[in-house]
Ligand binder design. Structure first.
Ligand SMILES: [Zn+2]
Ligand SMILES: [Zn+2]
Length: 415
């Protein structure tokens, strides 16, 4: 029988793992500068949590969740995104009472049963931030700037920031009415998916990538024209702060986001390098989610970003730094006595913090030197019969090919 990784899942092989770590380290470094604290939540939760927060009529809940019954007949779901769990945790641990404003970040795998296509995985990794406790547009500006900063820190080119405000529960109904009026007699102009969306939640049509649907929506009423005074003022401030920091953006009325709990500011950071799958970061306010999930009325804003996608762009734009995984020393023993001495030396060297390894396969000297090369060893210590007799090993510099004798006891100092 042959086993393979399931469709939509992927192995991160050792050759790619350092790049992955590079991404994570850099993001963590920046998040720390911005004083964000890490939070880790379980990968599965009660199904109800996601239905409630993401919305029953979304594609995620309708077709993409990995939902299963456990032995106790409870309905559980592998998390399809990060925000719901964090808000659940925030409410459960009364985190808002300990601090009126919290700034969290997370890393981790998410699960969605999407149709297999390039760049779409069913187990994928995201990082993201959630700032809970403030309605101040200053927070919106910080979160957006942070998203831009992270992508810039990787040296990415061709980044674009798209910005919109989708208003609040007071100003949205008027827009919804105007929008429904607009699409009423155009139903056959939309794709089949969108015709379903028209029945359930018409605004989701804006998420459709189908040319036909984009064209049909060209003159649709935009929420920006319907904002009430408060939402207008909030959005104006966000833009002023961004201008002040020299952050450029493009106003995009189509940016309505697919989730019910989003309010006011929405934004996306895209990379021109990615084509259709071009969104690197998507985020916005979700002032209604905390109370929706049973907490006190608490405003919040955040973003989420796919790590696989970032990985892809960094690879395309050749932004990964050269690997520096050189071995300080490779020990090449010949014979049993030499092997045992080699193992003892390895232990001492590693205790001193040196990266080293030994030949485990009893190979010839020539093969061992070849292996040392493959491992990018800076130096090789050869221990043969002569060396054992003299109590001195032969230390070979792999770059200059120079060799010299060295007492085994003085090896640590020499390296
Ligand atoms: Zn409003
Ligand atoms: Zn469509």
């Amino acid at each position: 029988m042959k086993y393979t990784a399931l469709q939509g899942t992927r192995d991160l092989l050792p050759e790619d793992a350092p790049k992955w770590r590079y991404i994570e380290d850099k993001i963590r470094e920046i998040l720390s500068l911005y004083n964000y604290k890490e939070i880790r939540t379980p990968v599965f939760e009660q199904t109800e949590l996601f239905k409630r927060s993401i919305g029953d009529d979304t594609d995620i809940v309708q077709k993409e969740m990995y939902t299963f019954q456990d032995q106790g007949k409870r309905s559980l779901t592998l998390r399809p995104e990060g925000t719901a769990s964090i808000v659940r945790s925030y409410i459960q641990h009364s985190l808002g009472e300990k601090s009126p404003l919290v700034k969290y970040f997370y890393f981790g795998p998410m699960f969605r049963q999407e149709r297999p296509q390039k760049g779409r995985l069913r187990e994928f990794n995201q990082y993201g931030v959630e700032v809970i406790g403030s309605l101040d547009p200053l927070v919106d500006a910080e979160v957006i700037e942070l998203g831009v900063r992270i992508n810039k820190a990787f040296g990415l080119e061709g980044l674009k920031l798209y910005l919109n405000s989708i208003g609040c529960k007071d100003c949205r109904p008027a827009h919804r009415d105007a929008f429904n009026q607009f699409v009423k007699d155009k139903i056959e102009k939309f794709c089949q998916d969108c015709q379903l969306r028209l029945l359930r939640n018409p605004l989701r049509i804006f998420d459709c990538k189908n040319e036909k649907c984009i064209e049909a929506l060209k003159d649709a009423p935009m929420i920006l024209d319907f904002l009430d005074a408060k939402c207008k003022e909030h959005f104006k401030k966000v833009r002023e702060y961004l201008d002040q920091m020299g952050i450029e953006y493009i106003l995009d009325g189509r940016l309505v986001r697919g989730l019910d709990y989003y309010t006011r500011t929405t934004f996306e950071i895209k990379s021109e390098a990615l084509g259709a799958q071009d969104t690197l970061i998507g985020g916005g306010r979700y002032d209604l989610l905390v109370s929706e999930l049973g907490g006190k009325d608490t405003p919040a804003i955040g973003f989420a970003a796919g790590i696989e996608r970032l990985f892809l762009v960094l690879e395309m734009q050749k932004k990964f730094p050269p690997e520096d995984e050189k071995l300080d020393l490779f020990i090449a023993p010949l014979g049993d006595e030499a092997k045992s001495l080699g193992l003892k030396l390895l232990k001492d060297l590693r205790e001193k913090g040196l990266r080293c390894d030994v030949d485990f396969l009893g190979r010839s000297l020539k093969s061992q030197l070849k292996e040392a090369d493959r491992q990018k060893a800076k130096k090789v210590l050869i221990i043969g019969e002569n060396e054992l007799k003299k109590g001195k090993g032969t230390l070979r510099d792999m770059e200059t090919k120079e060799q010299k004798e060295i007492e085994f006891g003085k090896l640590v100092q020499e390296l």
